[in-house]
Design a protein around this ligand. Structure first.
Ligand code: SAM
Length: 223
């Protein structure tokens, strides 16, 4: 599926090597805490996992190594990022599948590349929904409702507000900066997401605290 770059986010990553690998400077800091958080509820689950907005591809290669019983599929709307993901897969001999083009604000559940891996046991999206219009968060939630097995998980990682309040001054300032850069961006509120999630048959499963005042927000499909 031809997907045009929508964001130009490759400017936020360092790189690239001759084969196209980009480097996310926060990968090392975030990877282990996120994996530990996922272990706490995924255990040794089998099935298919989809990452939305995989960026450089470093995270999904680490997830594929940490959870070998899950088959991991990365996705990205940005062709430069897809090239990076596939270059990291090759470099690390990762079992993650090839990156697919996916714009989460579209109705992606029935698109090529997704139908081959549904139903999904897990959808994960890290550091995406605050640097994208709210339609992206809504598209991830509604797509999750269509593609997850009952009992499957939708996991967001990043900065979040809770109950209308920022969780710290750093996140409040970050939110201000995001909205100044693009009024459609901004730190999302777990409780606002929950309203939409419940409407689509998902329930809040848990919220785990992560380094740098980030959160791992886990929804579960209950219907
Ligand atoms: C800040 S980066 C995070 C990348 C990676 N998940 C990480 O944590 O390192 C945000 C990513 O979201 C992707 N993105 C932006 N708009 C999107 C959309 N509509 N659908 C899916 N991904 C999107 C960008 O291309 C970019 O790779």
């Amino acid at each position: 599926m031809p997907v045009q770059p929508t964001t130009g986010h490759s400017v936020i990553f360092r790189g690239a090597t001759a084969d196209g690998r980009l480097v996310n400077q926060t990968f090392e800091r975030n990877s282990k805490p996120v994996i530990d958080g996922l272990v706490s509820f995924l255990g040794d689950q089998t099935g298919h996992a989809l990452e939305i907005g995989s960026g450089t591809g470093q995270h999904i290669c680490a997830f594929a190594a940490a959870f070998p019983r899950l088959q991991w599929t990365p996705s990205e709307p940005d062709a430069i990022h897809r090239r990076s993901i596939d270059a990291w897969r090759a470099q690390l001999h990762s079992t993650a599948r090839p990156a697919i083009g996916l714009d989460a604000s579209a109705d992606w559940a029935g698109q090529t590349g997704i139908t081959e891996i549904t139903p999904l046991n897990l959808i994960l999206s890290m550091n995406v929904i605050h640097i994208a219009p709210f339609a992206v968060a809504l598209g991830i939630i509604s797509g999750a409702a269509k593609t997850l097995i009952t009992g499957g998980y939708l996991v967001f990682y990043g900065p979040f507000a809770e109950n209308g309040q920022h969780t710290g001054e750093g996140n409040r300032l970050f939110d201000e900066r995001l909205r100044a850069e693009n009024p459609e961006w901004g730190v999302r509120d777990v409780d606002e997401l929950l309203v939409y999630a419940r409407n689509d048959g998902l329930e809040l499963y848990q919220v785990l605290k992560m380094p740098a005042n980030n959160r791992l927000v886990v929804f579960q499909r209950t219907e």
